[in-house]
Design a protein around this ligand. Structure first.
Ligand code: BG6
Length: 469
């Protein structure tokens, strides 16, 4: 089933953002089920209780994917459907749901691409031992991964172990805006380490089981430029790259932490304990990892930030352009606006060329095949009176990025696939339902949750038809 030397054109989603049915068929409670019900934590109290009703309507969604000609579809497995308590007894209903989804995709000629962890940790594990802060989570995650490989490994060609470990750790343990809402850098680093070990262990289990598919993890990748040619801005960029990017990429794909970041965290006295056994595990996991996954949305511009400079800022979760405040790490670096680029309503830069720049960086640093597991534009879409959504801005965005992929592949970068974010409109964790990414419009105010293909749906259909090999 795996296609070589050609980009698989696909689209993506994640369980919590689309499935709904959050209490159906013995599903356990995840940390997001709890967090989103705490007043003030998400945009206007939005949650994934119902989301798009995908759990009940997956066949309709797969039919829309097939009609569009998708070559691959990336989705995640909710850990709480398989192990409602995180460990212990397997829930057969959960196993069967993904069984049916995978079979429907294969029947439609679509390659399933499965994410194991897209942030919905079982609440039971958070309560039992503090979730990712405890090394116990590694063993429980390994068991969950093994169960998924056993159930679906014969039919799934691509596995993404972790989705954006840099985001869920930073937002959950530094910014405190994702569960469990902690603001403590030392605890953050510990959690990063456990997530990295969980990636490595899952990859090693997969290797031991002798499947023929490919396995990796996806990091949120924000390549960056220095604000000027000044030495202080270049140094700031180096610190940003070491702590925000290579800290994750190196540990997952090389098996060790970057020295500059290690020195920095040692100086601050917060470097987590990394045993030689851990290092051996990270290294073995990295050696057995087949590809680097990246979720690419934007680039950053980095400038010098003095010791008394700007700290954590306010994120734009409302779509009010310009409401994002300046932020940084005092003494290390800060993010500044790039005067060369335009920005979305949520203050994300738009930079297709930055994707090319980032792909080259990864190629030079790691030399592994790359999978773009997310790329997309979050926007306010308008449903016209005649029932259409003319999202030309999204077409322009996706086309520019898809063209970069083509060019990179022609120049010798081994690109396994390109998945747009997202197939249908869905819940944006902190930004609610008004920030839309999908090819399929869904009116979340409407009980019927009717699926309406946007103009971009038809554009991508033509793109795939013209570019599939
Ligand atoms: C990635 C996540 O961070 O980007 C997705 O993997 C997420 O789950 C997507 O939805 C877009 O981010 P946001 O914050 O705009 O929803």
């Amino acid at each position: 089933m795996i296609k070589n030397k050609a980009i698989l054109w696909g689209s993506a989603s994640a369980a919590y953002q689309i499935e709904g049915a959050y209490q159906s068929e013995d599903k356990g409670v995840s940390i997001w089920d709890v967090w989103s019900h705490i007043p003030g934590k998400t945009f206007e109290g939005t949650n994934g209780d119902r989301a798009t009703d995908h759990y009940e309507r997956f066949e309709e969604d797969v039919a829309l994917m097939q009609a569009q000609g998708l070559e691959t579809y990336r989705f995640s497995i909710a850990w709480t459907r398989i192990y409602p308590e995180g460990s212990g007894t397997v829930n057969q209903a959960g196993i069967e749901f993904y069984q049916k989804l995978i079979n429907a995709l294969l029947k439609a000629g679509i390659e399933p691409m499965v994410t194991l962890y897209h942030w919905d940790l079982p609440q039971a594990l958070q309560d039992k031992y503090g979730g990712w802060e405890s090394p116990n989570v590694i063993e429980d995650f390994e068991r969950f991964a093994r169960t998924c490989f056993e159930a679906y490994g014969d039919r799934v060609g691509y596995w993404i172990v972790m989705n954006e470990p840099n985001v869920f750790t930073h937002q959950g343990y530094v910014l405190g805006i994702h569960p469990p809402g902690v603001k403590d850098e030392a605890r953050y680093l510990k959690v990063c380490h456990h997530a990295g070990l969980a990636h490595a262990k899952a990859v090693l289990v997969y290797q031991e089981m002798n499947f023929t598919g490919k396995i990796g993890s996806s990091i949120a990748f924000m390549p960056a430029y220095p604000a000027s040619e000044k030495q202080e801005d270049k140094k700031a960029l180096e610190a940003y790259e070491a702590t925000a990017n290579w800290w994750f990429f190196d540990s997952y794909f090389k098996g060790h932490y970057p020295e500059i970041a290690v020195q920095h965290y040692r100086m601050k006295g917060i470097m987590p304990e990394v045993s030689s056994e851990d290092l051996a595990c990270l290294k073995a996991g990295a050696d057995a990892t087949d590809f680097i996954g990246i979720n690419y949305y934007q680039t950053a511009m980095i400038a010098h930030n003095p010791a008394d400079g700007v700290g954590l800022g306010k994120m734009n979760t409302t779509g009010k352009k310009g409401s994002q405040s300046e932020s940084g790490i005092p003494g290390l670096y800060k993010y500044v606006k790039n005067p060369e680029l335009t920005y979305t309503d949520w203050d994300w830069s738009i930079d297709p060329n930055g994707l090319k720049y980032g792909l080259n960086q990864l190629q030079n640093r790691y030399g592994l095949p790359i999978l773009i597991s997310e790329n997309g534009l979050g926007a306010f879409d308008q449903l016209t009176a005649s029932g259409e959504i003319a999202d030309d801005y999204r077409i322009e965005f996706l086309k520019a990025h898809a063209e970069v992929c083509e060019a990179a592949s022609n120049e010798g970068i081994e690109l396994l696939g390109y998945c747009t974010w997202s197939f249908t409109d869905l819940l944006s964790w902190l930004n609610g339902y008004q920030k839309r990414y999908g090819f399929i419009y869904i009116d979340f105010e409407d009980e019927a949750r009717k699926r309406i293909p946007k103009k971009s749906y038809f554009w991508y259909k033509d793109w795939i038809a013209a570019h599939k090999v």
